[in-house]
Design a protein around this ligand. Structure first.
Ligand code: NAP
Length: 257
């Protein structure tokens, strides 16, 4: 039996990963702050898929609560075979127009928390010679796009390097790189996405289905949708300075900042 621990499982992509893994018969450990929503996700999956689901409410920005999740990942008596580092949020204004405390919290959740949890999970996986880590990054990480994009660039690069290091031990690592996905992300961040074309939006189920397929194929990076795959290839070959200029013009905050 495979057990998968998913952070940010109370909504959006995390809840979709929970449904995707449960449909494959995996047991789950669900982590997020909202215990009620986690319990609701868990109840549906226990009833619908017959899998065992453990609810582990935690604010990952609280060091003691993050340590509890790390301890669960490292517990040899209850092995976790796969870790999905997914919890995250964005900010409405570009750097430096959000409070610095918000910038720090975002960096912590997108960088320090996956590092800490991966560090806790991997030794057991290595010892058992099986396991996987899925890091939910973003296409924003392919481009110079403020703190959020820089954090996601770190997560993708970290995943790609860890994948090579862990391959000899039978542990797989995948960077999941979604584009705009219909979740609560944009609303929670207070982002105005009304001008975005319909064609840019992905469904969370599609991102998860693609990720599970890419994981099975042993690919390093999972990008959903042909438009985003073309985009991911194109930005690699464009001059970075030019791309940075264009993006900076687009994201300037109202009021000319
Ligand atoms: P979402 O629906 O807002 O889900 C975010 C999840 O993170 C929620 O389950 C939330 O649960 C959890 N979370 C937030 N802060 C937390 C904390 N301090 N401790 C524990 N859990 C916390 O957004 P989403 O789109 O599914 O986001 C998932 C990941 O996808 C993020 O890493 C995001 O950067 C990435 N992503 C999203 C998009 C997109 O367009 N949606 C695109 C690319 C990448 P609680 O509130 O219950 O804690």
């Amino acid at each position: 039996m495979t057990t998968v621990l998913i952070t940010g499982a109370s909504s959006g992509l995390g809840a979709a990963f929970a449904r995707g893994f449960a449909a494959k018969g995996c047991d789950l450990v669900l982590v997020a702050r909202d215990k009620g929503r986690l319990e609701a996700v868990a109840a549906r999956l226990r009833a619908g898929c017959g899998v065992a689901v453990e609810v582990l409410p935690a604010d990952l920005l609280d060091p003691a609560q993050c340590d509890t999740v790390a301890a669960r990942l490292a517990d040899p008596a209850r092995p976790v075979d796969m870790l999905v580092n997914n919890a995250g949020f964005g900010l409405p204004a570009p750097f430096p127009y959000s409070p610095v405390e918000d910038e720090e919290r975002m960096l912590e959740l997108l960088v320090r928390v996956p590092l800490r949890l991966t560090h806790a999970a991997v030794p057991g996986m290595r010892e058992r010679r099986r396991g996987a880590v899925l890091n939910v990054s973003s296409v924003a990480g392919l481009l110079p796009t403020g703190t959020y994009g820089a954090a996601k660039a770190w997560l993708t690069a970290f995943s790609e390097s860890l994948r090579v290091d862990l391959a000899p031990y039978g542990v797989r690592v995948l960077a999941v790189v979604p584009g705009f996905t219909r979740t609560e992300f944009q609303e929670r961040a207070g982002m105005d996405v009304s001008a975005l074309r319909e064609a840019v939006w992905l469904e969370p189920e599609a991102v998860v289905a693609r990720a599970l397929r890419d994981l099975a194929l042993g690919r390093p990076v999972s990008v959903t949708g042909w438009r985003y795959r073309v985009y991911a290839q194109a930005v690699r070959h464009l001059p970075r300075g030019l791309v940075a200029e264009r993006l900076a013009r687009r994201r300037r905050a109202p009021g000319g900042v």
